[in-house]
Design a protein around this ligand. Structure first.
Ligand SMILES: [Zn+2]
Ligand SMILES: [Zn+2]
Length: 321
């Protein structure tokens, strides 16, 4: 793709998880899962933060049986984690430009000013919607599930009672996310719903605070994925991980950079070109790369010029209907 359009173009065409490629590539598929879980990765870090939050900054199930101050403590814990993570990434990549424009997808500087943004500032706009709406709805859903588990409205398991299932749930949440997020995101792009999703799309160029910058209605749908634990017996740490996975991954995947460089080597993979293209062109790449929903349902843009032409053809065909 033309250099003027993007500052950094990774290897294209974009690849989805080898699990879904034909002919079968078992070794590559294993490597994909190994790389996304057992290396120094975002998934691993989110799992570690979730366990720390469970052990050191969560109520007991007994306390959660009644509404109380523990609810405020959950909001404060989540607000603090979000602020530190998005804050540090913003300072590293954008304020102090610690790695310049190395691995930065979009050539335009971030953040911008403009009337489209709350308080005329992209950064303030993103921070306000993230904390006031995002952290609040995330925490409200977490409190609801704590309360439901404490009162027996949602079934619980422990590691001792069900060790295999306890571990499996961590690996299933990202698969569920890939499915749920794709369809919810397409739904938000329908005429009836786009008025809410438009707030997230004020950001054609993105930074870490853009990830959770959404309208409250979108936050309710986005974090509403966690309600599945009313049907699937789980442990409170799964609830924390599920919400952190949605909340923190939105931040790390919207830095505008492919990853963190350290001594000229990419040490940590962050954003995917796939979602960056969605922010530029809107009508493609609704999902992620763990399951190829975009390929299956005709919304794929693989980052090449051919991918862009195919997207334009689809839009033309749609406008003729
Ligand atoms: Zn986005
Ligand atoms: Zn969108």
């Amino acid at each position: 793709m033309a250099r003027t359009e993007w500052n950094h173009v990774p290897e294209v065409p974009i690849q989805v998880s080898p699990l879904w490629q034909w002919p079968p590539k078992p070794a590559a598929a294993l490597r994909w899962y190994f790389d996304s879980w057992f290396f120094l990765t975002i998934n691993m870090a989110i799992a570690a933060i979730s366990f720390a939050a469970f052990f050191w900054a969560s109520p007991t199930l007994e306390a959660a049986a009644q509404p109380g101050w523990w609810m405020l403590a959950i909001w404060l814990r989540n607000a603090l984690i979000v602020t530190v993570l998005a804050g540090v990434l913003h300072l590293w990549f954008h304020k102090y430009a610690a790695q310049g424009s190395e691995l930065k997808f979009d050539p335009r500087p971030f953040p911008r000013q403009g009337r489209v943004f709350t308080m005329n500032s992209q950064l303030l706009d993103n921070m306000i919607w993230t904390i006031a709406s995002g952290v609040t709805i995330w925490s409200a859903l977490e409190c609801l599930l704590w309360w439901a588990m404490a009162n027996g409205y949602a079934a619980t398991i422990t590691f001792q009672s069900n060790p295999v299932w306890f571990i499996a749930i961590f690996f299933l949440i990202p698969v569920w996310e890939s499915f749920y997020f794709y369809w919810m995101h397409r739904f938000l792009h329908t005429n009836a719903m786009y008025r809410f999703h438009a707030l997230h799309h004020r950001n054609t160029d993105i930074g870490p605070w853009s990830g959770l910058s959404m309208h409250p209605v979108e936050h309710a749908f986005y974090f509403g994925s966690v309600l599945i634990h009313f049907v699937i017996a789980s442990h409170p740490v799964h609830i924390i991980f599920h919400l952190m996975f949605y909340g923190l991954l939105a931040i790390t995947s919207h830095t505008g950079f492919e990853g963190v460089l350290f001594r000229n080597k990419k040490r940590l993979h962050l954003g995917n070109f796939h979602h960056q293209i969605h922010h530029r062109y809107f009508e493609c790449n609704y999902g992620n790369l763990d399951v190829p929903w975009d390929i299956l349902f005709g919304s794929w843009h693989d980052g090449t010029d051919a991918g862009k032409t195919a997207m334009k053809e689809r839009l033309k065909a749609r406008s003729r209907v």
